[in-house]
Design a protein around this ligand. Structure first.
Ligand code: NAG
Ligand code: NAG
Ligand code: NAG
Ligand code: NAG
Length: 716
């Protein structure tokens, strides 16, 4: 049946192209028409429409790959989609902005549109197709010797040392004081941030104008190694009128300004020197901010990484920092071709050469690891001076925004990453060595089901004896996942829990969280986590404190917070069973679930509480390591078709409407009379997922560089 419904379109195209098409212009014209008539066909369901479109794309990509970006861009625009998204998703490659038309062309030429490749692509990349295909059963047991019957984690020694964990720095190099924080773009606080609606003439700026009101708009810095409060910057020196001017230490709609990063690293250094003595650090990735793709060029990606890594070294020269690959720290963002697609892979080589050289130069990795990064693109391992092995994995291998993940889905190890991981783990098993795994994107969010399943099976095989801990970042929220056996969907009993993963909080306040970092007390012998201690600032305090330095405060210790009565024996580390009990409390005690939300957001003003705190959601978040497990957890009897909210590649502002900032210290009239009802066009869908929000806003964007305007037809 499926074949019959697809055939007519292809036949028209094939016969047409052979007989008639001479000029590229004809091919383009006819192909675009094919795509439109496909959209118009009412007898196809949405997933079939999408898959047929891929078949047309494949045919074109095999015959005229040079025309594919143009054809799909035109079709996308004419179909009424957002212009920026069309150009970024299908447009020709450019060093000026992060468009992926080249990658799309390559992948569509290789993929099997009718099989699992097409099913998955359409589920993840077509917002009308909601059928998540069954994940094939996997048996990996031929990849390793059978798991020994006795496979216990080693005993703790009782002595600990400290390891720093930082994540998601997301430095915003173009952060600018007094620009718009209440903007209609993805990330605010830069020269190109603006609000669709200008503030009314009568908008009262007088409180901002007057430094004695205590509002913080100071041009401060750590240029000479210590905090220097700068001049008060008058809003009237800024030409544009804005609703909500950005303060110097950051804003909840923006990523990390250099000043905040300096402040954070300065603080960490003080803690380190005074009493905490971090022996090493893990950085679970994220240097580049969530800017719209039109504002991301290759130079920017390199520059941001260089600034971040060198600053880390400047502030923490004596602490080895083991990093991992950020999903956006590459260009185009989120993309990673397997090595065997040589021509494509080569065009991404610069990123790995860059990291391999830089981390070696900063003395964080040895020559072997540097070579691994350069040659594998997907992972490396390091053995610390105490003998712990840290394996760092490139999570673009499972990122659903990496188009290459939709080619040859059945071939589970086309990146070679699993062989690498298994070999490393087997070696450690033989050597009685313990291992930590670090990566950026947790498989529980925005990840393809199959690689998530493979990773879960590997973790199951090597836990608890070999794998002592697993760390991720990327979510910005402070969180953790309990990992269940089998394919991650085993029933949620203690016996089925195989390990756990900790998801580090971000330094960036983007998405409405307070900046945070933490450290772990690690057992010297077993490398188990004995406790974790998280620190944060209240960013909103820096809006009104007259330009003072933010004060970092101790937020919580996991052991005390989830076990206030101290029932867990001190000599036991925070192991899988311990985290299992924490999930039970989140499930059973409403105040614990609320507490979890507060931790996730570090008690920012955007913490979802009360009605926003969906009953079962936190429990599903912490007990689902894979997207499938999450889906299974979220399904209820009366709602058996849970659809994970689709997420765009571009990131849209998702604190909307902008919560009113409470300015204190002046008796001005109520200038924020209408803050609740943002009149942002088409803004009806703003469901917050764990990370992002579905875009309904169609912003007008202008491409930099070549002067071409992307946006004549803006949908408002
Ligand atoms: C941040 O710190 C670096 C290194 O000390 C310094 O060069 C830079 O000027 C500082 N910038 C700000 C805004 O504090
Ligand atoms: C949460 O509620 C339980 C009773 O349901 C109570 O025993 C416990 O002290 C509360 N915990 C906190 C942190 O408020
Ligand atoms: C910052 O926000 C939190 C959470 O809404 C609030 O409790 C706190 O009072 C605020 N701080 C300031 C200084 O406004
Ligand atoms: C943010 O902008 C909207 C218009 O887009 C406006 O209605 C709202 O009052 C503004 N809020 C603040 C706090 O500036």
């Amino acid at each position: 049946m499926r074949v019959i419904s697809i055939l007519p379109f292809l036949l028209v195209l094939v016969s047409g192209s052979i007989e008639n098409y001479e000029h590229p212009i004809d091919i383009i014209h006819n192909a675009v028409n094919e795509l439109h008539s496909l959209d118009a066909a009412t007898d196809l369901n949405e997933c079939i429409t999408c898959k047929t479109r891929l078949q047309i794309g494949k045919f074109l990509a095999l015959t005229r790959p040079d025309l594919v970006p143009q054809i799909f861009t035109i079709w996308c625009l004419e179909a009424g989609n957002d212009e920026t998204q069309c150009h970024m998703n299908y447009g020709y490659p450019s060093l000026e902005y992060s468009s992926i038309g080249n990658d799309f062309t390559k992948v569509v030429s290789l993929m099997d549109p009718e099989g699992l490749d097409g099913d998955l692509f359409c589920y993840y990349h077509d917002d009308k197709c909601h059928i998540l295909p069954e994940t094939p059963e996997l048996d990996l047991s031929n990849l390793w010797p059978p798991k020994p019957k006795v496979y216990e984690a080693p005993q703790n020694s009782g002595e600990t040392f400290n390891v720093l964990h930082i994540s998601d720095i997301n430095l915003q190099l173009n952060y600018k004081l007094l620009t718009e924080a209440n903007c209609s773009q993805s990330v605010c606080c830069s020269e190109h941030s603006y609000n669709y609606f200008k503030p009314p003439e009568s908008y009262d700026y007088s409180p901002i104008h007057n430094p004695s009101n205590g509002l913080s708009f100071y041009d401060s810095s750590y240029t000479h190694g210590h905090f220097e409060k700068g001049q008060y910057v008058d809003l009237y020196s800024n030409e544009n009128s804005v609703w909500s001017p950005c303060h110097e230490f950051g804003s909840y709609t923006c990523e990390t300004p250099l000043l905040l990063l300096n402040n954070t690293l300065h603080t960490i250094r003080n803690f380190h020197q005074n009493h905490l003595q971090f022996e090493m650090a893990i950085f679970t990735g994220g240097t580049v901010e969530h800017q719209d793709r039109i504002f991301i060029d290759k130079h920017h990606i390199l520059k941001t990484q260089e600034v971040v890594y060198k600053l880390l070294k400047t502030y923490l020269p004596s602490i080895p920092i083991i990093g991992t690959f950020g999903i956006r720290d590459t260009f185009p963002i989120n993309q990673l071709p397997p090595k065997n697609l040589i021509e494509n892979s080569v065009s991404y080589q610069w990123e790995f050469d860059f990291l391999a050289d830089l981390w070696l130069e900063l003395d964080w990795i040895d020559l072997d690891a540097s070579k691994q990064i350069r040659y594998s693109h997907t992972g490396f391992s390091i053995i610390t001076s105490r003998g712990l092995k840290i394996i760092s994995l490139n999570s673009n291998v499972w990122n659903d925004k990496n188009l290459y993940n939709f080619w040859n889905v059945h071939s589970i190890d086309k990146f070679g990453i699993w062989k690498f991981l298994i070999d490393e783990l087997l070696e450690s098993e033989v050597n009685e060595q313990r291992v930590w795994i670090i990566s950026h994107l947790p498989p529980s969010s925005r990840s393809l089901p199959l690689p998530a399943k493979v990773l879960t099976l590997i973790i199951g095989r090597f836990s608890p004896k070999v794998i002592a801990a697993i760390f991720f970042g990327s979510n910005l929220k402070d969180s953790f996942n309990l990992i269940y056996g089998g394919d991650g969907c085993d029933s949620k009993e203690l016996e089925k829990a195989i390990n756990f993963a900790l998801i580090g909080p971000s330094i960036s306040p983007y998405s409405g969280v307070n900046p945070a970092w933490r450290y772990y007390a690690i057992d010297e012998k077993s490398f188990n986590i004995v406790n974790s201690f998280t620190y944060n600032i209240e960013l909103n305090e820096t809006f009104i404190n007259g330009g003072a330095e933010p004060s970092w405060q101790f937020e919580y210790s996991a052991r005390e917070l989830y076990d206030p009565e101290g029932l867990w024996p001190m000599e036991r580390s925070l192991d899988t069973e311990w985290w299992y009990h924490a999930t039970e409390k989140i499930r059973d005690m409403p105040n614990m679930s609320e507490l979890y939300s507060r931790l996730a957001y570090r008690s920012s003003p955007f913490t979802p509480l009360g009605d926003d705190l969906v009953d079962n959601d936190n429990y599903c978040i912490v007990t689902s390591f894979t997207v499938e497990a999450r889906k299974q957890c979220m399904m209820t009897e009366d709602q058996d078709n849970y659809i994970a909210p689709a997420e765009p590649i571009d990131y849209f502002a998702y604190i909307k409407p902008y919560a009113p900032v409470e300015y204190v210290g002046y008796g001005g009239e109520e200038e924020s009379a209408e803050p609740e009802n943002s009149e942002i066009p088409n803004d009806e869908v703003a469901e917050t997922t764990e990370e992002e929000v579905k875009p309904q806003v169609k912003p007008q964007k202008v491409l930099r560089g070549n002067g071409r305007s992307l946006s004549q037809k803006v949908q408002v």
